[in-house]
Design a protein around this ligand. Sequence first.
Ligand code: 7TS
Length: 412
Amino acid sequence: MTVPYEELKKDFKILDQHVNDEPLVYLDNAATTQKPDAVLKAVEAYYNTSNANVHRGVHTLAERATTQFEGAREKVRRFINAPETAEVLFTRGTTTSLNWLAQSLGDLVVKPGDEIVISFMEHHSNIIPWQQLAKRKGAILKYIELTDEGMLDWNDLENKITDKTKIVSLTHVSNVLGVVNPIRKIADYVHGKGGLLVVDGAQAVPHMPVDVQELDADFYAFSGHKMMAPTGIGVLYGKRQWLDQMEPVEYGGEMIDFVELLDSTWKELPWKFEAGTPNIAGAIGLGAAIDYLENVGMSEIMDHEQNLVAYLMPKLEEIEGLTIFGPHKTEDRTGVIAFNIDGVHPHDVATAMDMEGVAVRAGHHCAQPLMNYLNQPATARASFYLYNTLADADKFVEALKATKEFFLHGLD
Ligand code: 7TS
C-alpha cells in the first residue's frame, strides 16, 4: 500500500472525535462523505477573496469568481475525461441530473408505446423520474432482473432491451449491493438496439477511475457530496449531439441570449441549462475535492476499498446468522456492504453500533423495489471510503459481534 491512509485521515477534522465515548468510525460514506481541510479552505478562500456573481460582472471579483467557477468545470471535464466543458453541466446533484434528463431527454425522444428500461437495483432517483416520464408519455417502464448474487442478469437484459427501447438508465455501482455494472458492454448493447444509455454514477465516480468516453455512456450523473465536496453541487455529463437538441428544464437569468416579449433564445452549452445563480462555492469545493482525489489517485482509492472488503469478507462470513447482500467476490464490488443479523431489526443494529462509535446506516436506502426483490424490509449498511483503515474494519467487526451478542443473549 503506497498511500499512508492513517496519515490522510488527519485531513478530516470531523473524524477526530468521540461518539458515545468511543472513537468515531464513520462508515456511512454511501450517504455522504466527509470533507478534507483542503476543500473547506478552498470554499472559505473563495468567500474571503473572490465572492461575486458569475458571468455577469466585469469588475475584478466577478472575473475572479467566473474564472474559478469555470476552472472547476474544466477540472470535472478532465476528471471524467469528457471531450469538452460544454458537455459538463453543473446541477444540484445526481437527483437533479436524472430529473433533468427524464424531462428534457424524455420530451425529445420518448413517444407513446416506447420503452424505458431500468433495473431492480436502482436508487429512487433513478426510478421515479422515469416512472413519471412513462406515465406522462404513455410509455412502458421495464426492470432488468438480478442474479442470486445481486448482479444484473445479462439474459434478462437482452430480453428487456429491444428495438422499442429509447432510454436505458442504470446505476454504475449499486448503493446497496456494492456491485459494479459492466457499463461499456451495456452501452455497446444499447447502442446496437438504437437506444440511449444514461448512467447513475453517484456511487462510482467517488471510488474508481471513470472515463465517460471509454464507457461510451450518452449521459452520466453524479453528486459532489459523495466525493468530499460540499452538498448542493453535482454534475450531468451529456454528449453534445443530444444536449444541443434538448430543451432547458429551467428558465431564467444566466441561461438566455435574447429575451423578447413572447419568445427568447438560449445561450450556448453548457449555460443553456444553468438558469439562475449557480452554486459557485460548491463548484469550487468540487474542484478542490477533485484535486485531493487525484493527488491520492483513483486507482489507489479503488484498490484500497477492495483491500478493505477482501480483509473484511472472510471475517464477516464467519459470523453465524449474518447475511451479506450482493457478490462476495471482491473484484465485482466496491466498499458498500449491506447486511442483516438474523432476528435483529437493522435499525436496532445501527443504533447499537452507534453506541460503539460506529456509524452505519439502516433502512431501505432509497431502494424500495430492491428491498422487495431481496425480500427484506430493510438492511443495515456499512460503506467505506479512502480515509477508512484496517483498524476501522476491525472495529466494525468487533461492534457487529457485540451487537449480535447483545440482542441475542442480552447482557448476561
Ligand atoms: N443514485 C445513487 C446510486 C445513490 O446512491 C444516491 C444517493 C443517489 C442517486 C442520489 O444522490 P443525491 O446526491 O442526489 O441525493 N444515495 C444515498 C444512499 O445510499 N444513502 O443516502 C443517500
